[in-house]
Write a protein that binds this ligand. Structure first.
Ligand SMILES: NC(=O)c1ccc[n+]([C@@H]2O[C@H](COP(=O)([O-])OP(=O)(O)OC[C@H]3O[C@@H](n4cnc5c(N)ncnc54)[C@H](OP(=O)(O)O)[C@@H]3O)[C@@H](O)[C@H]2O)c1
Length: 314
């Protein structure tokens, strides 16, 4: 049977929140629970999911279900739909919050991690929205809240990939919000500045100047502002005056000034404030195929010459 043709009456609504075990996702889950919404929380750590679900259902008397899934994979995203179906739920709202960050010189990044960042911060947002939005449109009811970042408004050296994924989230969400006008669906992006969560330390950026010197908001404050404005239908939500100013001004500052300034703030440093430098790469002669060929040619010539010399000597 077509999923959309199932009677909505036989299904119960739930708000799907990704990355709901820590930081902003946990705080957003609390806001939705306080608002009386039943939840499906998604993250990888089953123990943390169970603990979060128990805390929220005890405090707010809502149904909280959990799903342990790696959303950086297509199978992980498919599990969300399966979990909803098997629990007799439909997604009333979707909060795409889970994301990964990496910091430092691009050429030193682990390629596997870079791929994971793109898969989680971009592909999972597209995938889950594509899976759950049609049902919302069919019911003329629901919403999608995509978590972006102030970094999405500007290029950010040393967090190049992460910032670009957040620029994607802003652009994608703005476009969808226009496309779904008049359908009864609200689609918003939440673009916070620095939040005091474990994300920066996990990325190795805890001593960067933006973490040390720029004002950080609490996850609870960002979630409260995000939730309230999402419910009011605001399209782009930037919590905090400093962040609003940055998001407003960044697009108009010449990139010649903006990019080096961002570089100064986001350069990775150690606990003593020393700058991180790129790791030495292997010499081009050893790694470039044409250099290898030339070296091999030189060696073959030398061997031929010594053979000739031996023949003449005999
Ligand atoms: N922190 C900031 O300063 C800041 C600023 C602006 C925007 N944001 C955005 O806010 C959102 C939340 O950030 P945060 O600081 O709260 O992050 P966080 O503390 O690192 O939490 C990330 C959450 O995502 C989950 N997660 C990570 N990888 C996952 C995967 N592959 N599949 C499913 N779940 C996964 C984690 O749980 P498991 O490890 O159990 O999977 C955790 O619940 C992100 O979109 C971030 O870009 C953060």
């Amino acid at each position: 049977m077509n999923r959309l043709s199932k009677s909505v009456d036989s299904l119960a609504p739930a708000t799907v929140i990704t990355g709901a075990t820590h930081g902003l996702g946990r705080a957003l889950a609390e806001e939705f629970a306080r608002g009386g919404y039943d939840l499906l929380l998604v993250a990888r750590d089953e123990v943390a999911l169970r603990r979060t679900a128990q805390e929220l259902s005890a405090a707010y008397h809502v149904e909280v279900r959990t799903l342990a899934a790696d959303l950086s994979t297509e199978e992980g995203c498919a599990k969300v739909e399966e979990a909803l179906e098997s629990a007799g739920l439909y997604a009333e709202m979707l909060v795409n919050n889970a994301a990964l960050m990496t910091a430092g010189f691009f050429q030193d990044q682990d390629p596997e991690k870079l791929r994971k960042i793109a898969d989680l911060n971009v592909s999972a947002v597209i995938d889950l929205t594509r899976r759950l939005l049609p049902g919302m449109i069919a019911r003329h009811k629901g919403g999608v809240l995509n978590v972006a970042s102030v970094e999405g408004f500007m290029p950010v050296p040393y967090q190049a990939t992460y910032a670009a994924t957040k620029a994607f989230v802003l652009s994608f969400t703005r476009s969808l919000s226009y496309e779904t006008m008049g359908t009864g669906i609200r689609i918003s992006s939440l673009a916070p500045g620095t939040i005091a969560t474990g994300m920066h330390a996990k990325a190795g950026a805890e001593y960067s100047r933006y973490v040390q010197y720029l004002p950080a908001m609490s996850a609870e404050d960002v979630a409260r502002i995000g939730y309230r404005n999402f419910m009011r239908g605001r399209k782009v939500i930037v919590p905090g005056l400093f962040n609003k100013f940055a998001a407003l001004v960044a697009p108009f500052v010449p990139k010649l000034l903006l990019v080096p300034f961002a570089g100064l703030l986001f350069r990775v440093r150690d606990a003593e404030g020393n700058l991180q430098w790129p790791r030495p790469l292997p010499k081009p002669e050893a790694s470039m195929p044409h250099a290898k060929t030339k070296a091999a040619e030189r060696q073959a010539k030398a061997e031929a010459a010594s053979k000739d010399a031996r023949r003449i000597a005999r």
